[in-house]
Design a protein around this ligand. Structure first.
Ligand code: HEC
Ligand code: HEC
Ligand code: HEC
Ligand code: HEC
Length: 166
């Protein structure tokens, strides 16, 4: 009986370790309940030091928050740093004749027409897509299914059909 019980405990522990755990799982990584700063009580002070080559200026609000952690030290915390010189253009107001910016990609008031980091990502643990992307990509195996949401003009009918985009 004791053996069966131990086996059950073992199976439970194994299963719980298989449940999806992402690097953003802890709410208090980003939100300080009684110690937050700025909009949405974030723990990190925004990074207004890193210059965005696309605009020649620092990123605004949400981009500056992401870069507080995701830029090289000392400007950011150096977690999986992204280098804006080698990144898809970000932090500007796109030309609506070239791309589609879906409603869920819109930023904060005052920058709702801009493409910012969370135009492509939704950083919350509720989002189980690969790399916290806003749309599925077969776990990174087919990123075309992700790109098509803003780039239908560059995609073909098959990609659109698979992603459910008009
Ligand atoms: C990686 C950083 C990060 C983590 C981790 C995170 N948040 Fe957020 N949260 C943000 C940012 C940035 C915003 C503002 C942009 C937006 O709304 O997505 C935000 C906005 C919010 C909002 C207001 C907008 C909305 O979605 O309704 C709530 C509520 C919230 N977070 C709760 C949570 C909770 C609860 C958790 C843990 C389960 C969590 N957050 C984890 C970064 C984070
Ligand atoms: C308070 C710090 C913090 C903030 C703010 C933050 N992140 Fe993260 N993020 C992390 C950490 C820590 C990791 C895991 C790093 C590692 O694997 O070494 C991570 C990982 C990621 C990953 C990789 C996910 C994976 O599955 O491997 C993505 C994508 C990401 N963050 C996007 C964002 C975006 C977009 C924002 C802004 C909306 C943001 N993060 C804001 C701390 C942060
Ligand atoms: C949330 C919307 C969005 C998603 C998703 C998206 N893009 Fe873009 N993309 C844009 C915007 C906005 C522009 C700039 C359009 C303009 O010139 O105003 C752009 C421009 C580009 C450019 C031109 C770059 C330049 O320097 O002019 C390329 C190439 C590109 N995207 C590739 C991709 C690829 C590949 C993916 C998928 C991995 C992707 N995009 C996903 C919105 C998006
Ligand atoms: C046009 C869409 C788009 C925009 C805008 C965008 N990302 Fe990403 N991001 C992606 C995609 C797609 C991946 C996964 C790339 C891959 O796996 O090949 C990714 C991966 C990442 C990762 C994981 C990198 C790693 O080392 O594994 C981080 C962190 C991240 N993004 C943060 C950011 C931050 C911060 C911003 C804003 C400055 C941003 N992203 C803007 C599409 C985007």
């Amino acid at each position: 009986m004791r053996k069966v019980f131990l086996l059950m405990v073992g199976a439970f522990l194994l299963m719980s370790s298989l449940v999806y755990a992402g690097p953003h799982d802890d709410c208090t990584l980003c939100h300080g309940v009684h110690s937050g700063q700025g909009p949405v009580i974030l723990t990190e002070a925004p990074n207004y030091t890193t210059i965005n080559p696309k605009t020649g200026k620092p990123m605004k609000r949400i981009g500056a928050l992401c870069l507080a952690c995701h830029a090289e030290e000392p400007d950011g915390a150096g977690y999986r740093p992204v280098d804006l010189n080698h990144t898809h253009p970000v932090g500007f107001r796109p030309d609506p004749t070239k791309v589609v910016l879906p409603a869920e990609s819109r930023g904060f008031p005052g920058e709702e027409e801009d493409l910012t980091c969370n135009g492509c990502h939704n950083q919350h643990p509720s989002n189980t897509n690969y790399m916290y992307l806003r749309w599925p990509s077969d776990d990174g195996g087919d990123l075309s299914k992700f790109c098509v949401h803003c780039h239908p003009k560059q995609s073909n009918e098959e990609i659109k059909r698979e992603a459910g985009v008009q």
